[in-house]
Design a protein around this ligand. Structure first.
Ligand SMILES: *Cc1c(COP(=O)(O)O)cnc(C)c1O
Length: 428
C-alpha cells in the first residue's frame, strides 16, 4: 500500500461497534483476574498491558502505525526525541563502550553524545557526514557498538550518505541508527538504504502542530545481533544474546526473534528509566500521522519555492536547502530524497546580525520561535537566540553566520510566505 493509505489505516483496527477513532486509554493500569496471569506478564512469557510506564493500548496502536510507515518490525514511543536517541544508543552501549556519530546532527544530540554519554562511560567519535567508508572504519574500535547520524541534519541540512554509513556499520559489525526527524517516513525510509534502527523527535513533523514533545524508536528487525564477535570470540551484543538476570535468565534474541532489540529497549530501559510516552500524546500523534504524507508534500513544495525565491533575492547572501541544485549535497538529496527533504531552509541575509534581526522583527505572520517543522511558518535567528552569547568571530568559527536565519516553511500558501518575506526584506 501507498504511504498515504498506511498513514490512515495502520495500527488501529476497530471491531464491530467499536470507536472509529483510536480511544485514549487514560489508565495507569490494566487488571487481571489471576496471579498466574500477572506473573506470566512479568516473566514476559505472555504479552499484555499492565502498567502504562511500559505499554498502553493507545501508545501501542500509534507505535504500530509508525513501524508500518518506516517498514520496521516494531516501534517504541518515548517522552521526547532526546529520550529516543538516548535509549536507542544505550540499548546497545554500556559504560566502557564507544560509538561513532556524524558530526552534522542536532545540537541537543551533540550535547547528549559528547557530554552526557561520556559521564555514563560511553565515548563518541565524530566523523564528517561526507566521510568515506574507509574514513568511518578508521574510527572503529574493538568496543564500538553503533554508528549514528541524521538523514537531514538539523539545522545544518547536510544530507547523510546513508548507504556509505550503512556499509561501514555492517563491515564493522554494528547497527546504523538514523534520526529521521526531518524527512519523516513520508519522504525517506532509511531501512530501505541499510539503516537498522530509526529514531524521531515526534515533536517536529510527526506531531506537526506544535502540540506535544515526544519521540519514537523503530526497529528494522534486520540486524543479526548474534553474529558480531569481540576479539576473544564472545558476542559483541552480549546484552541481547545472553540471559538477562532481571527477567530470570531470558535471552532477548531467543524469546523475541527479530523484535529482540525493540523489546529489550522497552522492558529494560523504559522500565528502568521511565521515559515512556503518555496515551494522550500518542493519541495526538496518531491523528497527526493520518495527514503526514499530505503535509510533507506541501512543506517541501513550499520550501522549494521559497528557497528558489530567496536565492534570487539581492539582499540574500546564501541559501541552503537540499532541493537547490547550487548546493554540494544536491546529488545526495536527489538520491535519498527524490520527493523532497523537509520544509526547513537556512538563509544568510546581507548585513549580519542587526539586519537579520530586523527582518525577523518585521514579519507579519511568520512566527519567531524556538521550534521547527511545524504547520505554521516559523523562523529563528541563532545569533540573537540560541547562540546569543557568542561574538561574531565565535559564531563564524561554529559555522553559524551572524546573518543566518533558520526558516521552517509551514502549510500556508507559498505566495503568502514569500509576500511576508518580501515586505520584511524591504526594511533592510
Ligand atoms: C528536536 C530534535 C531532537 C530532540 O527532540 P525533542 O523532542 O526536542 O527532545 C532530536 N533530533 C532532531 C533531529 C531534532 O530535530
Amino acid at each position: 500500500m501507498d504511504i498515504s493509505t498506511i498513514a490512515l489505516h495502520a495500527g488501529y483496527e476497530p471491531g464491530n461497534g467499536e470507536p472509529r477513532a483510536l480511544p485514549i486509554y487514560q489508565s495507569t493500569t490494566f487488571p487481571y483476574d489471576s496471579t498466574d496471569e500477572i506473573a506470566s506478564l512479568f516473566d514476559l512469557t505472555s504479552a499484555g498491558h499492565f502498567y502504562s510506564r511500559l505499554s498502553n493500548p493507545t501508545c501501542e496502536a500509534t507505535e504500530k502505525k509508525i513501524a508500518a510507515l518506516e517498514g520496521g518490525v516494531g516501534a517504541l514511543l518515548t517522552s521526547s526525541g532526546q529520550a529516543a536517541n538516548f535509549v536507542a544508543i544505550m540499548n546497545v552501549a554500556s559504560a566502557g563502550d564507544h560509538i561513532i556519530s556524524s558530526s552534522a546532527i542536532y545540537g541537543g544530540t551533540v550535547n547528549l553524545l559528547s557530554v552526557t554519554l561520556k559521564r555514563f562511560g560511553v565515548e563518541c567519535s565524530f566523523v564528517s557526514p561526507r566521510a568515506t567508508k574507509e574514513e568511518i572504519l578508521a574510527e572503529v574500535r574493538p568496543n564500538t557498538m553503533c554508528i549514528f547520524g541524521e538523514t537531514v541534519a538539523n539545522p545544518a541540512l547536510a544530507v547523510l550518505d546513508l548507504e556509505t554509513y550503512a556499509d561501514a556499520a555492517h563491515e564493522a559489525g554494528v547497527p546504523l541508527i538514523i534520526d529521521n526527524t526531518f524527512p519523516t517516513p513520508a519522504l525517506c525510509r532509511p531501512f530501505e538504504w541499510g539503516a537498522d534502527i530509526v529514531t524521531h523527535s515526534t515533536t517536529k513533523y510527526i506531531d506537526g502542530h506544535a502540540l506535544t514533545v515526544g519521540g519514537v524508536i523503530v526497529d528494522s528487525g534486520k540486524f543479526d545481533w548474534a553474529a558480531p564477535k569481540l576479539a576473544d570470540g564472545s558476542p559483541r551484543f552480549a546484552s541481547l544474546v545472553t540471559p538477562d538476570e532481571s527477567y530470570h535468565g531470558l535471552t532477548y534474541t531467543e524469546a523475541f526473534g527479530e523484535a529482540a532489540y525493540i523489546t529489550k529497549a522497552r522492558v529494560q530501559l523504559i522500565r528502568d528509566l521511565g521515559c515512556y510516552q503518555s496515551a494522550a500524546v500518542a493519541f495526538i500523534l496518531n491523528e497527526s500521522l493520518e495527514t503526514l504524507p499530505l503535509r510533507m508534500a506541501r512543506h517541501v513544495e513550499n520550501a522549494q519555492r521559497v528557497a528558489e525565491w530567496l536565492e534570487a533575492h539581492p539582499k540574500v547572501a546564501r541559501v541552503n536547502y537540499p532541493g537547490l541544485p547550487s548546493i554540494p549535497d544536491y546529488d545526495l538529496a536527489q538520491k535519498y530524497l527524490p520527493q523532497g527533504s523537509c520544509g526547513v531552509i537556512s538563509v544568510v541575509f546581507e548585513g549580519g546580525r542587526e539586519q537579520a534581526a530586523k527582518v525577523l522583527d518585521s514579519f507579519e505572520f511568520i512566527s519567531q520561535e524556538v521550534h521547527v517543522a511545524d504547520s505554521i511558518t516559523c523562523a529563528l535567528h541563532p545569533a540573537t537566540s540560541t547562540h546569543r552569547q557568542l561574538t561574531d568571530e565565535q559564531l563564524m568559527a561554529s559555522g553559524v553566520e551572524p546573518g543566518l536565519v533558520r526558516l521552517s516553511c509551514g502549510l500556508e500558501s507559498a505566495d503568502d510566505i514569500i509576500a511576508d518575506l518580501d515586505q520584511a526584506l524591504a526594511t533592510i
